[in-house]
Every structure is written in structure tokens, then in C-alpha cells.
Design a binder for this molecule. Structure first.
Ligand code: UT7
Length: 319
């Protein structure tokens, strides 16, 4: 049997930090409201000149270095993003060029905040099928570009960043199981309902969200997805060393861990200093905990995404 294994992680945050006080200075909001309702204290915001492929490039460099491999060794590059540099070509092709290589397959995955989990499952399937030996999977976002900065209900929630992993074929898992789900009937709950048409944006270029509906949906499906994925891997929830859910709101994270009976020590939380970075949130959180020496080789991780589409899913991984 061929399995895939994460052999290196990396991430990148743009240097500019925006605090809750920065929002309170220009909007009808407070640091206390944002902290209490979301757990967010600060987020990073890309410079105007920085695109998703720039952030992806930095995260990829770190992941490749950690894995001790070169970009030329990649057979596949998957970038999960909802904030691509262009309509086309894909951000993955732009990243491939920035990495100075050519020839590998490269494409984007669009599953909003579940994008990294979808991308990891996709690359895992390539490797299991023997269609790739090494793959770079990246989540990269500049959500600051699609926020209405006058809408206090959404603009305080998000941040920019990128995270990446290198997957390699091996004889032991690695990725034990991935389960991906979607329900397009909820597309209106969280969306940027616009497109480029005839030289202008048709519809809206800004993120719109029914926050309370998203909250309830997320808590329900994160629990379901965790149980389903653990069962598919023939394991128990008690086998999980670290739960790494999409970082949207600390209350969603706490509720999920509580419903699953997992102690707070096993819950990875970075939303306080990253905000919600959509497809970048899970690999950013993973890399931070790996580099801090908290997540180590042999640990069992449950990575989870939920977001626009609606999409959701989990990957159960032994590092
Ligand atoms: O990646 C997945 C995407 N997103 C999520 O997972 C987000 C899921 N949802 C949430 O995290 C929460 O629903 C929010 C943080 C978005 C909102 O928290 P909430 O506890 O559900 O608040 P709410 O929407 O019920 O709003 C409560 C009040 C409202 O005022 P009224 O109508 O009670 O007078 C809002 O207008 O809070 C008001 N409010 C704010 N007040 C101060 C909304 N945003 C703000 C703000 N500052 N930034």
C-alpha cells in the first residue's frame, strides 16, 4: 500500500498587524466586543503589493526547507484559495513559477475555509493512486481584499496569511482518512456574490455572512465530521492528540472540543492572533504548533475545515 505523509510544514504572515483597537478607532466597535464574541485580539494584513501567491511562496519555501526537499521534487502543487491573484491563471501556476520550477501538475482548489482540508485530501489521493510521489499543498489568502471595511459584523473577523505542507509517498500512513462534504443549498449563508463581467464587477465584491447561522452550522458539522472521520480511520476520539479545526471563532472551537469530549489541552487555538484566514488557517495553525515543539512526529492530528459553499471536512493524520 502507498500512503502519503506530511514531511514538512511552513507558514507566512504578512508583517503588518492590525489590533482590535485599530478597528475601534474607526468603527462602532470595541476591543471587548471582538474579544468576547470571537476570541480575536489581532490579525495580519497584507500590503497592497502582496498577493496570495506571494504569501504562498514564502510559506512554501519554509515547508520545503523543513522537508529537506526542493520545489523541483514536487509532482503536484495544490493551492487552496478564495482570493486568487487573478481570475486565471491559477495561483498554483503563479506559485510554481515563483518557485522557479515547471512541469508538475498545478491547480487551485476552491472550497473557501475548507480549502486546505480539501486540498490535502486531493493530494493524498494522487499519492495513494501512484500519480504523484511528492506534493506541495498550500492554503493562502488575502481576505482583507474582499472585506467591506465599514461592515463591523464581518471586517473584524478576518486576516491574511498562508500555510503549506509537503506530502510524500511512504509505506505507513500519514493521512489515515479524509472525509469531504458539501451542501450547496446553503451557498447564500456566506458568500462574495460577485463576478467580473464586461470590465466591471457584477454583483458584490464584498464578503456577506449570516454570522449566527454559520456559527450553528459550523458547530454541528465539525462534530459530525470529526466522528465520521475517526470512525473511517477505525480509531477512537481518544486516539487524537491534537484537534486543529478551522480557526474562525474561539467559541466555535471550544464548543466543538466540548461536544467531542476532548480536553482543551488538545485543542489548537491560533484565531486569537491570526483572525480567520480561511483556507490558510489550518496549515498556519499546524506550522505554528510544530515549530513551537508542541506537535511532534508520531502525534495524531484531526484537521478540520468548514466554510462557504457550504463545505466541510476533516483529515485524520499521523505526523
Ligand atoms: O470561516 C467561517 C466563517 N465565519 C464564521 O465562522 C463566523 C461564525 N459566526 C460568528 O463567529 C458570530 O456569529 C459573529 C462573531 C459573527 C457574531 O457574534 P454573535 O454573538 O452571533 O453576534 P450577533 O451577530 O448576534 O450580533 C449581536 C450584536 C448585534 O447588535 P444588536 O442587533 O443586538 O443590537 C450586532 O449588530 O452585536 C452587534 N455587532 C457588533 N457590535 C460591536 C456585530 N458586530 C459587532 C462589532 N462590534 N464588531
Amino acid at each position: 500500500m502507498i500512503y502519503s505523509r506530511i514531511v514538512g510544514t511552513g507558514s507566512y504572515l504578512p508583517p503588518r498587524v492590525m489590533t482590535n483597537a485599530d478597528f475601534a478607532a474607526r468603527l462602532d466597535t470595541t476591543d471587548a466586543w471582538i474579544r468576547e464574541r470571537t476570541g480575536i485580539v489581532q490579525r495580519h494584513i497584507a500590503e497592497k503589493s502582496q498577493t496570495s501567491s506571494d504569501l504562498a511562496f514564502e510559506a512554501s519555501r519554509h515547508a520545503l526547507a523543513a522537508a529537506g526537499v526542493g520545489a523541483e521534487d514536487m509532482d503536484l502543487i495544490v493551492v487552496a484559495t478564495s482570493t486568487p491573484d487573478y481570475v486565471f491563471p491559477s495561483t498554483a501556476c503563479l506559485l510554481q513559477s515563483k518557485l522557479g520550477v515547471k512541469g508538475s501538475a498545478a491547480f487551485d482548489v476552491q472550497a473557501v475555509c475548507s480549502g486546505f482540508v480539501y486540498g490535502l485530501a486531493t493530494a493524498d489521493n494522487f499519492i495513494r493512486a501512484g500519480a504523484a510521489k511528492k506534493a506541495l499543498v498550500v492554503g493562502a489568502e488575502v481576505f482583507s481584499r474582499i472585506l467591506d471595511w465599514n461592515d463591523r459584523g464581518t471586517c473584524v473577523l478576518f486576516g491574511d496569511g498562508a500555510g503549506a505542507v509537503v506530502l510524500a509517498a511512504g509505506s505507513k500512513p500519514g493521512v489515515h482518512a479524509s472525509i469531504l462534504r458539501a451542501d450547496g443549498s446553503h451557498s447564500g449563508m456566506l458568500s462574495v456574490p460577485g463576478n467580473v463581467c464586461g470590465g466591471a464587477v457584477a454583483g458584490s465584491p464584498f464578503l456577506q455572512m449570516n454570522g449566527q447561522a454559520v456559527f450553528k452550522f459550523a458547530v454541528r458539522v465539525l462534530e459530525e465530521s470529526a466522528r465520521e472521520t475517526v470512525a473511517a480511520a477505525d480509531m477512537q476520539l481518544s486516539d487524537i492528540d491534537w484537534l486543529i479545526p478551522h480557526q474562525a471563532n474561539v467559541r466555535i472551537l471550544d464548543a466543538t472540543a466540548r461536544k467531542l469530549g476532548l480536553p482543551s489541552e488538545k485543542l489548537v487555538v491560533t484565531v486569537d492572533h491570526h483572525g480567520n484566514t480561511s483556507a490558510a488557517s489550518v496549515p498556519l495553525a499546524l506550522d505554528e504548533y510544530v515549530r513551537a515543539g508542541k506537535i511532534r512526529a508520531g502525534h495524531r492530528l484531526l484537521l478540520q475545515g468548514v466554510g462557504g459553499g457550504f463545505t466541510w471536512g476533516s483529515n485524520l493524520v499521523t505526523l
